[in-house]
Design a protein around this ligand. Sequence first.
Ligand code: HEC
Length: 235
Amino acid sequence: MTLRTLSLPVRVLFSCFLLTTGMGYLFAVLYLFLIDVEPHAKQGVGMVQAVIVKYYGQRGGTKLEAALDGAMGDNLTQTQKRQIINWIRRGAMEADFASVQSIFLDQCASCHSKQSGLPISPLTTYEEVTAYAQMDMGESIKRLIKVSHIHIFGMSFIFILTGGIFVLSEVPVRWRALLVAIPFAAIWIDIGSWWFTKVEPLFAYTVIIGGVLMGLALAAQILLSLHEMWLKKHF
Ligand code: HEC
C-alpha cells in the first residue's frame, strides 16, 4: 500500500488533515513571532536574545548589585561582594539568606537599620534586603512544566499522524525512516533546551535549531505526501 494507490476518500481525508495541520503550524509560528520576537525586535533585540530573556531572564542589574559596584561596596572585601552577588544569582532565596545575612549586619547595618536613624532603607532582614535583590529569572518552573507537557503530548500526536501518512510514501526507505524520526528528536531538542536555557543562555541557540528542524521536517512530510497523493502519475 502506498499513498498513490489509496482510494480517493482516504486521500481526501489525509490531504484535509495535512493541509489543516500545516495551517495550524503557520499560526503557531505567527503567534511565536508576534509574542516573543517582534516586541523585542522593536527594541533592537535579536531573536537569540529574546529567547534568553524569556527562559533565562535578565539577571544583571538589581539595585543591590548596582549599589555594591558603587560606593556601598567600598567596605566589603572581594569575597564578601562575591558572596552577595552569588546569592542574588541563585535567586535571592530566603533559605539561603543565612549565608550572607552576617555581611549585611556587620557592614551595612550601621547605616541601613532602623536604629541608625538615617532616612535610608534598612537592610537587616530577608524581607528588607530582597526588595533590592529582585531579579528577572525568566519563565518559572511551574510554567515550564505546564507548557512542556502540553507541547510534548500535542506535538507527538501531530507527528504520529503526519508521520503515519508519510511512511506510506515511496521516498527511499532510509530517508523515510529518518524523516519520521526528526520531528520527535526536534521536540526533545527544542523543549529540552527551554529548560537548559533557564540555566545557561547558550542553549537559546538549540531552542531555535530545534524549532527550525521541526518546521522543516513537518513541511517536508506534508509536501512530499501531498505530492505523491495528487501529482505523481497514477496507475
Ligand atoms: C556609612 C553609611 C552607609 C553604609 C555603611 C552603607 N550604606 Fe548603603 N546607603 C547609604 C546612604 C546614605 C544611601 C543613600 C544614598 C543616596 O540616596 O544617594 C545608601 C544607599 C544604598 C542603596 C540604594 C538604596 C536605594 O533606595 O536605591 C543600597 C542598595 C545600599 N545603600 C546598600 C548598601 C549595602 C549592601 C551596604 C553594606 C555593604 C551599605 N549600603 C552600606 C549609607 C550607607
